[in-house]
Write a protein that binds this ligand. Structure first.
Ligand SMILES: Cc1cc2nc3c(=O)[nH]c(=O)nc-3n(C[C@H](O)[C@H](O)[C@H](O)COP(=O)(O)O)c2cc1C
Length: 361
């Protein structure tokens, strides 16, 4: 199947519902449940989506919108689009090629890819799919720190340009949905970049429940900023005061995220906390946001409130599961096309012109 056919199919979706349904039909039930789930009653996972939908736009008129520019610099990396791939582990649960296919799709779409610690392919193999395109590495600081420093050095040697430290799930949440469709670990799907390359277990595996898997404190952030030979980004920040402290300790960017509502249910929707974080950071670092972003208009709202870029989670896995690398590319390009249209219809041809007064709650 050629890319053009695939792109048409994806672009024809008025939203991602059809793609999600296709992924549901294609995937084993435990893989689909792992992707779809939120924690507990899935309130935050749902509200992440509806909070963007609730916001309204107040477009400018009579602007010259014939040339729209979506390019942006992210920590010094020039990229064609402010839409990144969120770090997600275990892509071989969705496609045999795993993160290699994701990396290739991101490259084709000109998007920045944040590769996850709990990926199922070697970080060097994913980097090879990127060529010179910038790629960042999401880091978990596991309890037994053995192997962490060699991993950081390997990441640097492979050319990753930033470390994204995830801080919102020292313990994993609980997923009734995954309990009803449990993933049975298999020797074929391993966390190959972690010490001992253990068989992949989902976040909701009974083995993982109740354990402080990733104990990470302010002291660890200070240590990492000194130790890492690259910029450090903190992912999972949900408050202005925490964001300001991250920046004081040397983080170059923060990602407003509640992990897609997958761990602490009833955490506020990211759309509703973004403004607080942007204000607290006060231009001293870059701010990105993820959670429930499904439309170009959602992206324009996020950028208007002050995010420099957004990250997309589950829709990437729907694309990966149904069409491999081409599906990942199609999802990213579909969102970028929607963003361009939203910018044109709002009279904002350049991202820097998207200001907070474009959005009303
Ligand atoms: C299947 C899956 C696995 C994930 N794994 C990770 C991970 O390993 N590290 C991490 O920082 N975030 C992880 N996340 C969270 C995403 O990075 C992101 O914050 C979230 O999915 C964004 O919300 P969205 O899916 O509504 O777009 C995962 C999300 C999903 C759906």
């Amino acid at each position: 199947m050629g890319v053009a056919t695939i792109r048409e199919e994806a672009v024809d979706c008025v939203d991602f519902d059809a793609l999600e349904e296709e992924a549901r039909a294609k995937l084993p039930a435990p893989s689909f449940a792992f992707c779809a789930t939120g924690a507990d009653d899935e309130i935050t996972a749902r509200e992440n989506v509806t909070a963007w939908q609730r916001m309204r736009l107040r477009p400018h008129v009579l602007c010259d919108i014939s040339n729209v520019d979506t390019s942006v610099r992210l920590l010094g990396n020039q990229v064609a689009t402010p839409i990144m791939i969120a770090p997600m582990g275990r892509h071989r649960m969705f496609h045999t090629e795993g993160e290699r296919a994701t990396a290739r799709g991101a490259t084709a779409a000109g998007a920045l890819y944040v590769f996850a610690t709990s990926a199922n392919v070697l970080l060097e193999d994913a980097a090879a799919e990127r060529g010179s395109a910038p790629q960042w590495f999401q880091l978990y600081m596991w309890a037994d720190r053995n192997g962490l420093e060699p991993l950081i050095d390997r990441v640097a040697a492979a050319g990753y340009r930033a470390l994204v430290l995830t801080v919102d799930n020292q313990v994993y949440g609980s997923s009734p949905r995954q309990m009803r469709a449990p993933f049975i670990p298999s020797p074929d799907i391993r966390s190959v970049n972690m010490p001992g390359a253990p068989m992949a277990r989902t976040a909701y595996d009974p083995e993982n429940q109740g354990k402080v898997l990733f104990p990470t404190t302010w002291r660890d952030l200070e240590w990492l900023v000194k130790r890492a030979p690259m910029d450090v980004v903190v992912k999972g920040v949900q408050r202005g005061d925490d964001a300001a402290r991250c920046v004081e300790l040397g983080a170059k960017a923060v990602i407003v995220s509640n992990h897609g509502g997958r761990h602490l249910d009833t955490a506020m929707a990211t759309a509703d906390v973004l403004g607080d974080v942007v204000d607290a950071v006060a231009g001293k670092a870059e701010v990105y946001v993820d959670g429930g972003i499904r439309r170009g208009t959602d992206i324009l709202k996020a950028l208007s409130i002050g995010a420099r870029a957004v990250l997309i989670g589950r829709p990437i896995l729907w694309g990966l599961a149904t069409r491999g690398a081409n599906g990942v590319q199609a999802v990213l390009e579909h969102l970028r096309e929607e963003l361009v249209r939203a910018m044109q219809l709002s009279g904002v041809p350049r991202l820097a012109e998207a200001k907070r007064d474009l959005v009303v709650r």
